[in-house]
Design a protein around this ligand. Structure first.
Ligand code: GLN
Length: 492
């Protein structure tokens, strides 16, 4: 394996800017690595070698011409396959979008291209980002580079595994209920969910529009912040995009890396307790907490009494919104069409297309959501869940009057064996116990490695108030400076 694939994005950008390696060499090193290991990891659904080479050459030419380059110019990136990429297949992990090549780029992709990042390809995910293990991808699962018999988390398991397998130094994910942070936690990588509306949803295949948030995945906190700075910012094409400047997340990460957290108050949510988390996960989390207190932070216990209702509220709100969003997959507008023999009615073609094109988890959610939104049930289910969402938001607001950030383990358990939770949806949903409250509230949160349990990575979650994304990066970088990054063994 080439050393170039072991470097952080910040290091690679430096190497390219100083002419020690060209963007083309960096790209080739990663394409070679993908060719060597991805048959075992299956992080990618599509590798765009030609597009990557052209983008790298463009950076090299601009550099030779003396043009100023952005801080991540020439650095390769993988993009979760639920983000539209012009001319490059975008499946959302579903058969129903097989073969679809979007005619446009998502805003986050457009911004990365403008910044000179080199897109290597599209990463695997649970179908329409619904899941916690990437086992619901219609194209087969991704395998965790720490142990190929285990899940890499989900829904963005491909984006996380690509980092842990050194196939890419940066990837993009989307977080609706934890799909950036939970895969980060179980692969020993960093995953950040920005403030909702801080990154544009334009060009994301919509799952749950009031929750979906694209964000950065990386192997270091500084790299995540660097990518965050490229992705974030107001976009007039997204009506929920926040028309405010992006906080200085890179500066905050660099400040945190100096290892001083004097005066920073960390809130421990009483209701999260030890309940539901494996003892080994709790032990690693406690070690992380100790490390932060040694840097000067203070730990305060806070009460968020409605967090216990976050999971049930989410599993009404997200399916309701998805049942509405997925109505566009009708066999007419995009991708798959089944049974159109010129004889059948459009309803029948639509039904045959959906029957063949959607997997079981997607069907389950569309049915739950349609039920929760139907007249007579709307107030009892969807309306009620929205009220719970308000109470959860109030819990966060009250907590942030006492503390600067909230902290918890990212997930209750380490990476589980493939197949062990697919037959029980509730067990799968539990993976997001600690990540979902943040999505309902809309604030930023990050997962950073804090140690191992049974030889597998454990993630430490830091949740900050809305628009205080810089604050979470500061604490995250401080933790990383104390506990270091995690490196999996060689893929045999
Ligand atoms: N695992 C959660 C779900 O299945 C979250 C998914 C996500 O964040 N996209 O809905």
């Amino acid at each position: 394996m080439s050393d170039l694939t072991r470097m952080s994005a910040a290091q690679l950008a430096g190497v390219i800017a100083h002419g020690e390696a060209s963007a083309t060499e960096v790209t080739e090193a990663h394409l070679t690595r993908i060719a060597e290991v991805d048959d075992r990891v299956h992080a990618f659904l599509h590798v765009d070698a030609e597009g990557a080479r052209a983008a790298a050459l463009d950076v090299d030419e601009r550099r030779s011409a003396g043009e100023p380059l952005g801080p991540l110019a020439g650095v390769p990136v993988g993009v979760k396959d639920i983000v539209a990429t012009r001319g490059v297949p975008t499946t959302a992990g579903s058969r129903i979008l097989e073969g679809w090549r979007p005619p446009y780029d998502a805003t986050v992709v457009e911004r990365m291209r403008a910044a000179g990042l080199v897109m290597l390809g599209k990463t695997n995910l649970d179908e329409f980002a619904m899941g916690s293990s990437t086992e619901y991808s219609a194209y087969g699962p991704t395998y965790n580079p720490w142990d190929l018999t285990r899940i890499p988390g989900g829904s963005g398991g491909g984006s996380a595994a690509a980092l842990a397998a050194y196939e890419a130094p940066l990837t993009v994910g989307t977080d609706t209920g934890g799909s950036i942070r939970q895969p980060g936690a179980v692969t020993g990588t960093v995953g950040a969910k920005p403030t909702y509306g801080g990154t544009s949803r334009y060009g994301l295949v919509a799952f749950s529009s009031s929750l979906d948030t694209p964000g950065p995945c990386a192997r270091t906190v500084e790299d995540a912040a660097l990518l965050h700075a490229v992705l974030a910012g107001h976009d007039p094409r997204d009506s929920t995009s926040i028309p405010q400047p992006v906080p200085d997340v890179v500066g905050a990460a660099r400040l945190g890396a100096t290892g001083d957290l004097t005066g920073v108050r960390l809130g421990l949510v009483r209701e999260f307790g030890a309940e539901g988390a494996e003892p080994g996960v709790m032990a690693a989390f406690r070690d992380g907490l100790d490390a932060l207190t040694k840097l000067g932070a203070e730990v305060v216990e806070v009460s968020c009494p409605h967090f216990q209702y976050a999971l049930p509220a989410y599993y009404l709100i997200a399916p309701s919104e998805c049942s509405s969003n997925l109505a566009r997959f009708d066999g007419v507008r995009y991708g798959l069409r089944v049974g159109d023999d010129g004889q059948k009615a459009i309803e029948e073609v639509m039904s045959l297309t959906r029957e063949a094109g959607f997997g079981p988890e997607v069907k389950r959610r569309v049915i739950i959501g349609t039920y929760a939104l139907s007249s007579g049930y709307y107030d009892a289910y969807y309306g009620q869940a929205q009220k719970v969402r308000t109470l959860i938001t109030r819990d966060f607001t009250a907590a942030f009057e006492q503390v600067d950030v909230l902290v918890s383990p990212t997930t209750p358990f380490v990476a589980f064996p493939l197949g062990s939770r697919t037959s029980d949806p509730y067990q799968m949903y539990l993976a997001d116990l600690y990540t979902i409250p943040t999505n309902l509230y809309g604030g930023p949160a990050i997962s950073v490695p804090c140690g191992l349990s049974e030889g597998l990575p454990v993630g430490f979650q830091i949740m900050a108030p809305t628009l205080a994304d810089d604050r979470m990066y500061r604490v995250a970088a401080a933790l990383e400076s104390a506990v270091g990054t995690l490196t999996p063994g060689e893929l045999s």
